[in-house]
Design a binder for this molecule. Sequence first.
Ligand code: GLA
Length: 392
Amino acid sequence: MSLDLAPSLADLAADAAVGLQQRFGCEASITAAAPGRVNLIGEHIDYCDGFVMPFAIDRYIVIAAALNGSREARIATALGGEHARIELDQAQKISDPSWANYLRGVIQGFQNRGHHLPGFDAFILSSVPGGAGLSSSAALECAIATLLEGLLDTVLDTREKALLCQKAEHDFAGVPCGIMDQFASAFGKTNRLVLIDCQSGEPELIPFENPDLTVLIANTMVHHQLSDGGYAARRKNTEDGLATIGKTSWRDVSPLDVETHWEQLGSPVNRRARHVVGEIARTISAAQSLAKNDFEALGPLMAASHDSLRDDFEVSCQELDLMVDIARAIGRAGGVIGARMTGGGFGGSTVTLCESSKAPAIAATLAAEYQAATGIRPQIFASRPSNGAHLL
Ligand code: GLA
């Protein structure tokens, strides 16, 4: 199986410019891009002061735009349908089309900073699979924020920009997400993982450039809805757990604390707590192993992460478990180093770290066995750490 290649940024930008011309009859004067992300390890702990280790993938949301001399933004997407119209002289409100709420949220963030935004027309194109747990929403937020920076001829501090985008997701999409996705999309860099200490909010770029290693992303094509309450419920469980244990940060909670409070925490909060404490420790171990170039150590850590997300945090699903089980069956002899679900869960994608020489065969087996068992054709591709949000 030859691996599905990501379209180049130059091609995406050219197509977005054509889209802008066709929809609004104008030439693109500015183009912004922001990537999705995949997380290697550290899941559902960015809102628990944990560590997470994502990277920006080479799949982007690209927005081509031009000033229109009015007081509104008119924004269309390659998916077709009515374009969104956003008044720039008034406070933003959640409305239709719903995809534009991410944009409204970011525009509101810029308005809150006191910026007077110029009217513009824009066309959005994406190579980030949507609903696949690869942060297409964070990519959209970071892309529009980067476009607005360009239109205003200003540059926000990267951390502030990521936090502004996160707030847009909280306030305009109703998802109480952590900081991982927007940080990965904003800070990503070629050949670097974005190790984030979510307590200090400090990202650290760590080298990941061994050509013998490949990261395969397998989209189960089962879509999750983080806003349907499952995500918020997990987050609430962790807040309740921390309060019961009587600490102010999960960073100060030990496995013994969880054990001591097991009955008092009750189910499912006790299992949620065990996941958080275990996953923080696993991510620290993974970072230490990577620093020593010990990639093999990642395998058991990724396996334990998946099992914990499946059994204790209960955010996996049959299709994700199946995809991970297929990778596990291929095993180390077949070139698989580690596999787990990635992102918020309830569907979406798995991440498989493997030997580059065996990646095409592994991808073929994942695709064939998954399709034979489910009747669903998955989307499987390799990705390397890539640059975060930028103007083209
Ligand atoms: C979603 C959220 C992130 C993070 C992950 C789970 O992607 O947006 O903040 O919590 O789920 O790790």
